[in-house]
Design a protein around this ligand. Structure first.
Ligand SMILES: [Zn+2]
Length: 328
């Protein structure tokens, strides 16, 4: 696409198509739709719990009964996809509650699917919410052990599928986990359950508020030995290519806003659906600025969500899903 193919001014006047709202609307290239959104939910044990997350105004930790109310509201708003994060009562070194039949996610899946069979329920598969040390895998000698972690992730994924998960979303960033999970699902009769892989997941300061929401902050060190360095773009493409080879049906770039170039690069390079995670910090900073009256929160939200879609995301995981659905 070269500008030299276009006639010059005054023949060419791009402002002609910007003159009225009808002109602008009909020639707009990117439109948000309710079908673009996946809404994340944080589930805790107990009953009657609905506790606002301090650093994420408007987002809550909820017990299953309130999650069901939330699903009803989401359906009424036209949002049909949710992503579940579980916060167990008890944690241990190997994250046992991640793959327990009566773990928080397993119980919630059964309840949600029984009451809302049409809801597309995606489950985050990782160990960090369930381990006492807060890392995404098995720790030995202060290091997260890749291959020992794979076994547990596959167990967790299978247990989610058995309890009704529609899509499995591994977020741990261990090497080879998509292949191991795919094999485990296939061997157990879940060959039709898709995998949405957190493929290019960066070690990011934008996750700060999420760690409060999911109570998953690492108790020592950081996640830089498995999550990606934010300076890297070629490596992100390698991660995505490997996940596709291993059987990922959807690949993800996370976070979204500081990584729009990677969303676009992934879209141009791979013919698979691209998901983008508009993460907690991206949400919180808009909320905070809007609260202070420094930004028009609603307009900034729409601009940000549109930019993620324009960059090439086919679906957007976002805490703004409900707010956006009300105005688009
Ligand atoms: Zn994790």
């Amino acid at each position: 696409m070269s500008n030299f193919n276009y006639p010059n001014f005054p023949v060419s006047r791009l402002r002609r198509l910007r003159k009225t709202s009808a002109l602008r609307d009909i020639f707009r290239e990117t439109h948000l739709s309710k079908n673009d959104f996946i809404y994340p939910l944080f589930i805790v044990e107990g009953g009657g719990v609905k506790k606002e997350i301090g650093s994420m105004p408007g987002q809550f930790q909820m017990s299953v009964d309130n999650i069901l109310r939330e699903c009803e509201e989401l359906e009424n708003l036209g949002i049909r996809s949710i992503l579940l994060f579980g916060i167990p009562d008890a944690k241990d070194a190997v994250g046992s509650n991640a793959y327990h039949e009566n773990g928080i996610i397993q119980k919630s899946l059964r309840e949600i699917k029984r009451n809302f069979p049409e809801m597309l329920v995606i489950t985050d598969v990782c160990l960090c919410e369930y381990t006492s040390h807060g890392h995404c895998g098995v720790v030995e000698n202060g290091f997260v052990q890749n291959d020992k972690t794979l076994e547990l992730l596959a167990k967790e994924a299978l247990s989610h599928a058995e309890n009704g998960a529609d899509i499995i979303a591994p977020s741990d960033m261990m090497d080879g986990r998509v292949a191991v999970i795919r094999r485990k699902l296939d061997e157990n009769g879940f060959s039709e359950t898709p995998i949405m892989a957190y493929s290019a997941k960066f070690s990011s300061a934008f996750y700060g508020p999420f760690r409060e929401a999911a109570e998953s902050a690492p108790q020592f060190g950081d996640r830089k030995s498995y999550q990606m360095d934010f300076g890297n773009s070629d490596e992100a493409m390698r991660e995505i290519a490997l996940d596709i080879q291993e059987g990922a049906d959807v690949v993800m770039v996370k976070p979204a806003l500081s990584y729009l170039d990677l969303i676009r690069r992934a879209k141009d390079n791979f013919n698979v659906p691209i998901a983008a995670y508009n993460v907690s910090g991206e949400y919180s900073m808009i909320k905070a600025a809007a609260e202070k009256g420094w930004l028009d929160g609603e307009r900034v939200m729409l601009e940000v969500l549109t930019s993620i879609k324009r960059a090439g995301a086919d679906v957007i995981i976002t805490y703004f899903a409900k707010e956006a659905a009300k105005i688009i």
